[in-house]
Design a protein around this ligand. Structure first.
Ligand code: PGA
Length: 251
């Protein structure tokens, strides 16, 4: 049985005060509950250190929402892997569709980021997903295959041991319109089969593949009970402690 991993992507939400209250509420909501899922929160960069201190006595893990692929130097506005590690991060989201579409990230820069994260001992949460237009054109599998191949190019199975994949159909992100459990399962199964071809059957059985896109307390159980869905990457619904903890409970 693969472990279930629920990650909360806060995006550009919560200042320091908001961070303190959300994490404190989450800890309170989770107290005394035996929640077997692995839980990760990904606040904005400026709140990572505060979040890390608050999470010291908890099982909740910390991730960042982005990383730069260089180690240091003249890259105004960017954040290096060592900076993330020293702020207490264990995970980092790479290739989120908002990074791809709003900030022009490419498969190549995403591939470099994944390599850099791994080299520094950070665990990538690598996001892939098709747009509505691509789904309607019937090219979902082609898009997923291309993003996956390019993103993981030149990386070995051994190096990928700690990588998490997140399938996030772009049309489901922040829209309230989640993929149906069947639609999501179909793509998750395709991804797992592709991983088995690119790497090994054994690795394809181990790798955690999260679903993301309008996951909420009401639909989490149905989505997470699909055989190839091993967790969720949650945006909007992770900003309220009670709804996020309900999703963790569903897992
Ligand atoms: P959403 O975002 O849950 O608000 O749809 C998911 C994500 O962007 O990771």
């Amino acid at each position: 049985m693969r472990r279930k991993v629920i990650a909360g992507n806060w995006k550009m939400n919560n200042d320091l005060n908001g961070t303190v209250s959300l994490i404190s509420e989450m800890k309170k909501e989770m107290q005394g509950k035996n929640l077997p899922a692995e839980v990760i929160v990904c606040p904005p960069f400026t709140n990572l250190e505060t979040a890390s201190a608050l999470l010291k006595d908890s099982s909740i893990k910390l991730g960042a929402q982005n990383i730069y692929f260089e180690e240091s130097g003249a890259f105004t506005g960017e954040i290096s892997p060592d900076m993330l590690k020293s702020a207490g991060c264990e995970f980092v989201i790479i290739g989120h569709s908002e990074r791809r579409t709003i900030f022009g990230e490419t498969d190549l820069s995403i591939n470099k980021k994944i390599k850099t994260a791994i080299r520094h001992g950070l665990k990538p949460i690598f996001c892939i997903g098709e747009t509505l237009e691509e789904r309607e054109k019937g090219v979902t599998f082609n898009v997923i295959e291309s993003q996956l191949r390019k993103g993981l190019e030149g990386i070995t199975e051994t190096e990928l041991q700690n990588l998490i994949l997140a399938y996030e159909p772009v049309w489901a992100i922040g829209t309230g319109k989640n993929a149906t459990p069947e639609q999501a399962q179909e793509v998750h199964k395709f991804i797992r089969t592709l991983i088995s071809k690119l790497f090994s059957a054994n690795f394809s059985h181990q790798i955690v593949i999260q679903y993301g896109g309008s996951v909420k307390a009401e639909n989490a159980k149905e989505l997470l009970s699909q055989p190839d869905i091993d967790g969720a990457l949650v945006g909007g619904a992770c900003l309220k402690a009670d709804s996020f903890v309900k999703i963790i409970e569903a897992a």
